[in-house]
Design a protein around this ligand. Structure first.
Ligand code: PLP
Length: 146
């Protein structure tokens, strides 16, 4: 949605989702092929997810501290990733991309990354170089030449 101006048209204002369908503010129904780009593998408002969210919220929503579900301790055993030694949860795609770049640079000891023109990978300065095909860096005022 942050990059909607680059693709043209008017953004949809989605107000409700159920299973694989979503509805906009005007009441139009759509099949959601996006699924929040992955996290909604169970569809919108899946009863098991709703119950888990309510149960978690009953214990409080923000502590600005460690929590077993983030630390990878045994108490978070319901998260199982057989192919990964460690998993980092983040709040946005921008943070995920920044973390991936930092990890890649640390591991490879290389400085540069390849970023394709016309692709959006988040709103960090280094990721906003030529986010659209016209070469505009719309969000931060950077030149697009770095
Ligand atoms: C490939 C890719 N990376 C990163 C992002 C940034 O995600 P967010 O808007 O959650 O920061 C997006 C969002 O469109 C994306 O499509």
């Amino acid at each position: 949605m942050r990059a909607f101006g680059s693709v043209g048209g008017d953004p949809l204002y989605i107000v409700r989702g159920q299973g694989s369908h979503i509805w906009d503010a005007d009441g139009n129904e759509y099949v959601d092929y996006v699924g929040s780009w992955g996290p909604l593998i169970l569809g919108h408002a899946a009863p098991t997810v709703i119950e888990a969210v309510i149960a978690a919220a009953r214990d409080g929503t923000s502590f600005r501290s460690f929590h077993p579900s983030r630390s990878g301790s045994r108490r978070a055993g319901h998260f199982r990733f057989s192919a990964h030694a460690k998993v980092r949860f983040v709040s946005s795609g921008t943070e995920a991309t920044m973390s991936a770049i930092r990890l890649a640079r640390a591991y490879t000891k290389r400085k540069y990354i390849v970023k394709f023109e016309g692709c959006y990978h988040g709103h960090a300065d280094a990721l906003l170089v030529k986010p659209d095909r016209r070469g505009h860096a719309r969000y931060s005022g950077i030149s697009g030449r770095s």
